[in-house]
Design a protein around this ligand. Structure first.
Ligand code: F6P
Length: 353
């Protein structure tokens, strides 16, 4: 009988998951294993819902977005009997190993299962937020930023025509990578990151100066940004204890502030889940495929409790515990790059002094 490997995708979906599944299935089959797709993340490991994944049924996933096996934000450690049910499913489905693909939450569950129950798990990191510290990049990020960058170009066209300031709110949770890369790549005049509070006066000065020069201004803000002195919004938490950010309407608040402070007509857009759909970029397809293949190799080598990470251009194993220990957030070197590019007047004055 062939050894059997399950795989699941948990947390918010992102472009690249299907390519990682495809890579893992191709490699595992070539090594003599059979594969099962566990449905809807950790939920499937509680209910035992799974179906076969074969070379034939994953072949056409090379360019498709989303995840063919479904996802959820289920946390077995937050459910009565959850971990026991997961261990039971391992036995019932006769799994030699499980490859969970996810961000810090999904992989955090895997890390605990390995630590507390010696479960045979090998992780694949994914998240459009790019906030996993053990890997240089996660797949999903490049596509999300590419989509947001395109949205900025479109906003600038209409904004320029109407002599307006345009505000784009992007996702990214508590790490500002998506806003940072989008803002830099699109030539934004102000970028709001969760790692530093938005100073209203500084925002207004940046927008005003850009508008004086170009008759248009572009602001990119992360969904989790805090506004100095701004209102506190209702906080709803998911099963992993993370704030659900979609209700905050930060982009709208920023647009109102800009209009009030500068008198410049301002419009806002929230790109939201559009960033998570569609065909993955070349970078994400290659990274995801390599991650899936490398994870399959680690299963074959019995490297339990490990996760595949991109370091430079190499795919290396790192411990799941290390990978999920702390979030990777935007560092001060990036603030200085942003300040150079965004030409915020007060900061320029400070530098000149
Ligand atoms: O973690 C990925 C992410 O897209 C975040 O950037 C965002 O805050 C969240 O997921 C949205 O989650 P949901 O799809 O559950 O609304």
């Amino acid at each position: 009988m062939k050894k059997r490997v399950g795989m699941l995708t948990g947390g918010g979906d992102c472009p690249g998951l299907n390519q990682a599944i495809r890579g893992a299935v191709f490699k595992l089959e070539s090594l003599g294993y059979e594969c099962l797709g566990i449905e809807e993340g950790w939920k499937g490991m509680i209910t035992g819902k799974a179906s076969p994944l074969t070379r034939d049924n994953v072949e056409d996933l090379a360019s498709r977005g989303g995840t063919a096996i479904g996802t959820s934000r289920t946390n077995p450690f937050k459910k009565d009997g959850g971990p026991e049910a997961v261990l039971q499913t391992f036995k019932k489905l006769k799994l030699e190993a499980l490859i969970p693909m996810g961000g810090e939450d999904t992989l955090g569950v895997a890390a605990r299962l390995f630590k507390e129950h010696a479960s045979h798990v090998v992780g694949v990191p994914k998240t459009m937020d790019n906030d996993l510290s053990a890997t240089d990049f996660t797949f999903g990020f490049d596509t999300a930023v590419t989509v947001a960058m395109d949205a900025c170009a479109r906003l600038l066209d209409t904004g320029r025509s109407h002599r307006r300031c345009m505000v784009l709110e992007v996702m990214g949770r508590h790490a500002g990578w998506v806003a940072l890369y989008t803002g830099i790549a699109a030539g934004a005049d102000y970028v709001g990151l969760p790692e530093r509070k938005v100073d209203v006066k500084e925002l207004a000065r940046a927008v005003q100066a850009a508008h004086d020069r170009k008759k248009v201004a572009l602001v990119v803000v992360s969904e989790a940004v805090e506004i100095e002195g701004g209102p506190k919004k209702r906080e709803e938490l998911d099963e992993f204890g993370h704030m659900i950010l979609q209700e905050r309407e930060v982009g709208e608040q920023i647009a109102e502030i800009v209009e009030e402070e500068t008198g410049i007509e301002t419009r806002h857009a929230t790109i939201g889940h559009i960033q998570r759909g569609g065909h993955p970029t070349l970078f994400d397809r290659i990274l995801a495929t390599r991650a899936g293949i490398r994870a399959a190799e680690l299963v074959h080598e019995k490297r339990w409790g490990q996760m595949v990470a991109l370091r430079g251009n190499d795919m290396v194993p790192v411990s799941l515990e290390e990978a999920t220990a702390k979030l990777k957030t935007v560092t001060p070197e990036w603030f200085s790059i942003l300040d150079t590019l965004c030409r915020t007047p007060r900061r320029e004055a400070v530098r000149a002094a």
